[in-house]
Design a protein around this ligand. Sequence first.
Ligand code: NCD
Length: 307
Amino acid sequence: MFTKRHLVEPGDFTIEEMDRLFDLAKRIEQDQGYLRESCRGKILATLFFEPSTRTRLSFESAMLRLGGTCLGFSEPSSSSVSKGESLADTIRVVSCYADVIVMRNPKEGAALLASRYATVPVINAGDGGHHHPTQTLTDLLTIRQLKGSIGGLTVGFCGDLKFGRTVHSLAKALSRYPAITMIFISPQELRVPCYITEGILKKAEIPYIETHSLEKVIADLDVLYMTRVQRERFFNEEDYIRLKDSYILNREKMDHAQDELIILHPLPRVNEIAPELDEDPRASYFKQAKYGMYVRMALLAAMLGTC
Ligand code: NCD
């Protein structure tokens, strides 16, 4: 079902397929020995042309826990790309050495291009400001685990909604679930792109609003998805400095939120969530990071056909 396929964007898997992965991830969480040696002899290549902590390490940890091995680079300067090699050639060659490729690249569309040249499955670990489907699997699994199901929720996205690829992927994925309302909270300059609002949500008749005031809407939310301002995608430093602290979630703001709200964040956090909230039972971002590893274990085992 999952073999010989790529994961480039959230729409590549059906809701039923994602449910199978979530069930698998849940089983792995409950029984740490489950699938332990299932990927013995398999090799994962992690090609990171952009910085990463969680995504790369959680994929590597996932593969090692499944009994497989990992190779790759975390700095493009240590690969032949720095000698001018094309992405297509890099991918053709790495396909000879690995059974599955996880790639992050600053260019939108790079993962799609890689999938066209690879002879093994390619998993997009972020292509510029475009998509980040495995973070979306992580986010959806976390919501399902903590809220019981993914439908019927009001989800607030706050921060850099223009460049935040995790927001684009999650909004697109959530638009396929029943009775979801989305609230986009950002400064004018960092509004969510029209291809999401007009192109996806309006067409699917998903109710949404855009606002710049977190205070006004926080009481309505079941899920609050905070994001950092994506400094590396700004054209100039002054704009970044002006916008970077647009939203800082703290105790005072959380006093107005529901007791059952969950706060998510793909991490890394900069200033947008005050550390004083880490002890708040609603703060779920570190649990989310852990679910990321379980869902990547499920994904690798499924894509390699070992479960
Ligand atoms: C996110 C990313 O790379 O888009 N990080 C991650 O993968 N967990 C979010 C971010 O960098 O802000």
